[in-house]
Design a protein around this ligand. Structure first.
Ligand code: 26V
Length: 809
């Protein structure tokens, strides 16, 4: 920051004056002493003051209209940084930049130091954040409910190629966006016992309790038309310090209650696959579900009086099963606190809830050991039994339900250790159950929910995911946004479907030229960033081939790495050929307990090290693994990508949303017929996407039949050479056996069908090379991708939810 002594206060805009005022009176610093973080906080607080007026107006308006409210319950919100989004949605970017400049402060610089709020693992959490922004944009009165984790998604460091997990501390400098609502606090009980009296009244006396306290963050919609609330719960002990113990000298023990309460909101579970069997996870789920449901019920009764009208005035959407215990919590409040008979309570509950499924991976389908559930939530367990009894009676009446189907529908899994099935609970308690892409929704009907679907054939519906174009085009790619506005005018800013008018510009050579310049300058920007953070130099004229997402075997980073090795091999054996210069970029985190995913990260780094230091491939191939993938890094990488890797084993990626972000920023997709890739292909057209590999049906058939990966590997020269090179330690001379097990996994089982898809993938990559050689054709395809993916705006998705599930539009 520059010395401001000489800036005469008189020249300042009123806005600059307000920022300085905030700095002095709320941060307690003068201009000379202020550091970047102080300016950031002062800017956010100044902006927040203006947002508050709109926020209150939004609340009053919903109240006056008696509008139906939407409640989005999610254990994850990957909101990232908020300042740029808020400024741009309020149309205040230029003005604030100017005001700060007059104070010697660079807006871009302070935007960069805002912590990336990473209260989620991956796609499901980012979807929740895009939805929040779209709900405000569509002027829906909506609340997001989640947990205010003290430590969000871990920070990833790469040490000698290995992932190291470090605690994430987004709250270290405080959080100027949030409001603590001390008055919105709820009692959350655990354990204890349930008693009943002669009048049939049930009483649950919990053995322990904590208090849930609300923290509200404003969510500003596009053009600031509406401001909604993201309400995140924190926990505190009722008795923060036991004075008797403290005075008796037990200074630590006296604080144990507070520490125990805080442990509830301490960490985000850093896994998006294997169901966390931990008691703490169930406690987190109940804690935030109970607080949210109590809050919703309280608001409804306060505004509308009669709890029986809840479904007319509230729609609660369960973001996967993590908040599914909410169903039992609402039943408990309706029956035990509001005296509704069971049937009536069930009717209210079913009409209020909707459930979204985000994965078919069996290991991610939540279920809880029955003894644990019963010990922690005895009253809820009773209610789940009662619900189950009702559902099973209904099922037995249906002629199409044999014993096998009835057992599959049961909320209790009786195979082996008895467990409570959260997906079945969410399904039966919701009037709508949706998948997140067309294929995924069909597979839900055919696989995990086949029996429930037969019993309730109207319930499953599709809502293909979307992304907010404010963050994923206008925010992250201002140069492309300006170019589009120049070409077709600003209508696309209000309706992404308007991007369609860009289609004809694909045939305009001078437009393509400018489009290519924007892409190139984004690539230069990314190259500089990578050079500064890793020392690696990249050629911005090479093809930037990018795979960034959680690291998981089904997403098949391994397929990409093996193909990279095969390409390396070919370039070395035929240096005379006309190879396409490529940069392979990877980024992503592996769950801390997921061994193979961590090995894949190490392999990517080992392969990068070897290839990048081999002069014989010269500038033709470079590989980089960029550490600590998060929303902010995605915003930097995606605008610079030429090729988007969406290569999951067909049938396993529910939707994907990165695929949409890349296409919107003018990258071509190389992908399988999985998740939303299929619908992206339908929109952009077969000529503007590169599809390869087995279909979901073929994968299922191969898995059911006798799939022999060893024969396939041995039958493919390219594949066997690459696999053997990796297995024999070519990329790990310091530990030649490092990848032996990982490669043996391919020979022996290859559940994710890397071998089966390898040749098709390699051929598809060579067809990408050929396309790239015809640069004007490539650019035309890239322009068509941008023009044709407006449908994947989360505004479209939310419109469908609002009309077809929530009855709120
Ligand atoms: C499961 C678990 C299990 C216990 C530990 C913590 C945890 C956290 C998350 C999950 C479920 C993750 C499901 C998920 O992220 N699915 C992704 O959802 C995206 C949005 O619908 C979709 O685009 C991706 O294809 C899908 O993988």
């Amino acid at each position: 920051m520059t010395d401001n002594d000489t800036t005469p206060a008189i020249d300042r805009s009123p806005l600059a004056g307000r920022i300085v005022d905030t700095l002095i009176h709320r941060i307690g610093k003068d201009e000379r002493a202020a550091r970047k973080h102080d300016w950031l906080a002062a800017t956010i607080l100044t902006l927040r003051d203006e947002i508050i007026d709109k926020w209150m107006a939004s609340t009053r308006q919903a109240h006056a209209a008696g509008a139906k409210r939407v409640y989005y319950l999610s254990l994850e919100f990957l909101i990232g940084r908020l300042l740029r989004d808020a400024l741009s949605n309020l149309g205040r970017n230029a003005e604030v930049a100017e005001a700060l400049a007059s104070l010697g402060v660079d807006l871009a610089e302070i935007e960069e130091i805002e912590p990336d709020a990473a209260l989620g693992n991956g796609g499901l959490g980012r979807l929740a954040a895009c939805f929040m922004e779209s709900m405000a944009t569509l002027e829906l009165p909506a609340y997001g409910y989640g947990i205010r984790y003290v430590n969000g998604m871990f920070r990833q460091r790469i040490d000698d190629g290995w992932q190291v997990e470090l605690p994430e501390t987004w709250l270290a400098h405080g959080n100027p966006w949030e409001f603590e609502r001390r008055e919105s606090a709820y009692f959350i009980g655990f354990g204890g016992e349930v008693t009943g009296n002669e009048a049939g009244h049930v009483h649950w006396k919990p053995a322990e309790a904590v208090e849930a306290v609300a923290y509200d963050t404003p969510v500003v919609g596009w053009r600031g038309k509406r401001v909604n609330t993201l309400r995140l719960w924190s926990a505190r002990a009722f008795d923060p310090i036991r004075l008797d113990a403290f005075n008796a000298g037990d200074h630590i023990g006296a604080l144990a209650g507070q520490a125990r309460a805080e442990s509830l909101v301490r960490v985000l579970y850093p896994s998006d696959s294997s169901s966390a069997g931990q008691e703490l996870r169930l406690r987190q789920e109940y804690f935030f579900s109970s607080a949210s449901i109590q809050d919703i019920v309280r608001r409804h009764v306060q505004y509308f009086g009669d709890i029986r009208t809840l479904p007319d005035k509230a729609a609660i959407q369960l973001n996967d099963t993590h908040p599914a215990v909410s169903v039992a919590e609402l039943m408990r409040l309706l029956i035990d606190h509001h005296d509704l008979p069971f049937e009536e309570a069930w009717e209210v509950t079913r009409r209020t809830f909707g459930y979204t499924n985000h994965t078919l991976l069996p290991e991610a389908l939540e279920s809880w050991p029955l003894p644990l559930f019963e010990r922690l939530l005895p009253r809820h367990m009773q209610l789940i039994y009662a619900i189950n009894g009702r559902v099973l009676r209904e099922a037995r009446k249906s002629p199409s339900m044999g014993d096998h189907s009835v057992a599959a529908i049961s909320l209790i899994d009786e195979n082996g250790e008895r467990r409570v099935r959260m997906a079945n609970l969410a399904f039966v308690a919701s009037h709508s159950v949706n998948g997140v892409a067309a294929l995924h929704t069909e597979l839900m009907k055919q696989t995990v929910f086949a029996d429930l679907h037969r019993l309730y054939p109207e319930r499953i519906n599709n809502k293909t995911n979307g992304i907010t174009p404010r963050r994923w085009l206008m925010g992250c790619n201002p140069a492309l946004t300006a170019l589009i506005r120049d070409a077709i005018g600003p209508a696309f800013c209000d309706d992404a479907a308007e991007l369609r008018s860009l289609d004809s510009f694909a045939d305009d050579a001078s437009f393509r030229e400018r489009f290519a310049e924007v892409k190139r300058s984004n690539k230069v920007g990314l190259s500089n960033f990578i050079r500064e953070s890793t020392g690696l130099r990249l050629d911005p004229d090479a093809l930037f081939d990018v795979q960034i997402k959680r690291v998981h075997e089904y997403k098949r980073q391994l397929l990409n790495i093996i193909e990279t090795v095969a390409l390396y091999d070919q370039i070395r054996s035929h240096p005379e050929k006309d190879w396409t210069p490529r940069v392979k970029l990877f980024a992503g985190k592996a769950a801390s307990s997921y061994h193979n995913a961590k090995m894949i990260i190490k392999l990517a780094n080992d392969v990068a090290k070897r290839i990048n230091s081999d002069p014989s491939v010269g500038g033709l191939l470079k590989v980089a693994f960029i550490s600590n993938y998060n929303v902010s890094l995605a915003e930097r990488i995606i605008p610079a990508a030429d090729l988007s890797e969406q290569i999951s084993t067909a049938g396993m990626e529910a939707s994907g949303t990165g695929n949409m972000k890349f296409a919107l920023n003018g990258a071509l997709t190389i992908g399988t017929l999985d998740g939303a890739n299929i619908e992206i292909k339908d929109h952009v057209g077969d000529e503007n996407i590169v599809i390869f590999g087995l279909t979901a049906d073929e994968v299922a058939a191969k898995r059911a039949g006798d799939y022999r990966p060893r024969e396939i590997i041995e039958g493919s020269r390219e594949l066997s050479q690459a696999v053997n090179a990796i297995a024999s330690g070519v990329f790990s001379p310091d530990d030649p056996d490092r990848y032996r097990d990982l490669m043996n996994g391919l020979y022996d089982r290859d559940w994710f069908m890397v071998a089966a898809d390898f040749d098709g993938y390699a051929a598809a990559q060579r067809s990408v090379d050929a396309r790239w050689a015809d640069r004007s054709n490539w650019q035309a395809s890239a322009v068509r991708n941008v023009a044709r993916v407006g449908w994947f705006s989360s505004d479209r998705t939310i419109g469908e939810y609002a009309r077809e599930i929530w009855g709120a539009m």
